[in-house]
Design a protein around this ligand. Structure first.
Ligand code: KDG
Length: 343
């Protein structure tokens, strides 16, 4: 299915058009058809910006490079698709950074709770030299990491009860919420610290797990909760913003090595342009999605400063458990960038 950008705009007039594609058509270095698998749906900023990535390449190569984007985890989950990139059976994927920490441990820094207080700070971190170093560190894994973009601020949803405090997660006279997490040990630690019963699971299995009550809840940005229709099976949301996760757009190193240098350069440029568009679209989707979810009947709790502080206090043990392993210096470096980009 190919969706046009016009359809996205039919959802909301506030969403930006993709920027005009500029630049010359590059020389003919042969043809490539790139297959890209993603976890999210056809209405997500991730999909729309991936389509835009394909349009840039198509236009700048006179149709010699085309990109086919397969949404909804239909080719596999983040971990499986990265393995397919390594063996060369898939060209591209676009995982959460949290799914990639087995390859580059430093990326775990993004999984630390409440580390990136604003989108401005998060974007500055993603554009920093230290973050570029993390992308470069994929060298030799079989994965060519192209660019960061925004998955976004993660929020809790569940089908059991309104959540305003860690106690509501843990349950006092009722059982603790079972919460699906990504397959990432820091995320597990966060939900353990909050008293939940965390269950790591692939994204593609999540909707039916929620529907069947295998888990009570999950955590993802409002845009994902909306564009994956989780609100159909989740009555309650809480604006926890507990983690900001990036996406990483990546190519199979085998595919990369088959490309002419001029094509490689173009792919990198298109990836960065589409990431910029994705970050913008994702930011626009964030509040808009929350409003849409409320309009569709989801009961969303916004936390005041004291309530938020209770969540922040409860997850402090995660820093004690993980700071040394992730690297105190790295964390300090990220905090420094945050400081420089906060007002
Ligand atoms: O394509 C990205 C998705 O597969 C996944 O990373 C989304 O945040 C996500 C999750 O919760 O698994």
């Amino acid at each position: 299915t190919t969706l046009t950008f016009g359809m996205a705009h039919a959802q909301s007039p506030e969403l930006s058009d993709p920027p005009a594609i500029e630049g010359e058509v590059v020389a003919d270095h042969g043809s490539h058809t790139l297959r890209m698998g993603i976890g999210l749906s056809e209405t997500s900023p991730q999909f729309l910006s991936s389509q835009y990535f394909g349009e840039i390449l198509e236009q700048r190569t006179d149709g010699r490079i085309t990109v086919n984007v397969f949404p909804n985890s239909q080719l596999g989950d983040d971990v499986q698709m990265m393995e397919m990139l390594q063996t060369g059976t898939l060209d591209m994927t676009y995982p959460s950074s949290s799914a990639t920490t087995g390859y580059v441990q430093a990326l775990s820094v993004f999984d630390l709770p409440f580390l990136l207080p604003s989108r401005e700070a998060a974007v500055a971190v993603m554009q920093s030299d230290v973050a570029q170093g993390m992308l470069d560190a994929f060298e030799g894994t079989g994965l060519k990491a192209l660019t960061f973009s925004e998955n976004g601020y993660r929020q809790l949803s569940n089908s059991a009860r309104p959540v305003e405090s860690p106690e509501d997660v843990a349950g006092l006279d009722v059982r603790g919420l079972s919460v699906r997490t990504m397959e990432n040990p820091v995320h597990l630690a966060i939900w353990e610290a909050l008293g939940a019963n965390p269950t790591p699971m692939a994204f593609g299995e999540l909707f039916s797990a929620l529907e069947q009550g295998v888990v009570d809840g999950q955590e993802n940005p409002w845009s994902t909760i909306l564009t994956s229709n989780f609100n159909e099976v989740q009555d309650y949301g809480t604006e926890t913003r507990h983690v900001y996760t990036p996406f990483i757009m990546m190519l199979s190193e085998r595919t990369w090595n088959r490309m002419a240098p001029e094509y490689q350069e173009l792919v990198l440029e298109a990836a960065r342009q589409s990431a910029e568009y994705e970050i913008q679209l994702s930011a626009e989707y964030d509040d808009w999605s929350r409003e849409q979810l409320e309009a569709r009947g989801m009961q969303i709790t916004r936390l005041d400063d004291d309530q938020l502080a209770a969540f922040q206090d409860a997850v402090q043990p995660v820093y004690e458990q993980w700071a040394a392993r992730i690297g105190e210096d790295l964390i300090a470096e990220i905090q420094q960038i945050v400081e420089e980009n906060s007002n």
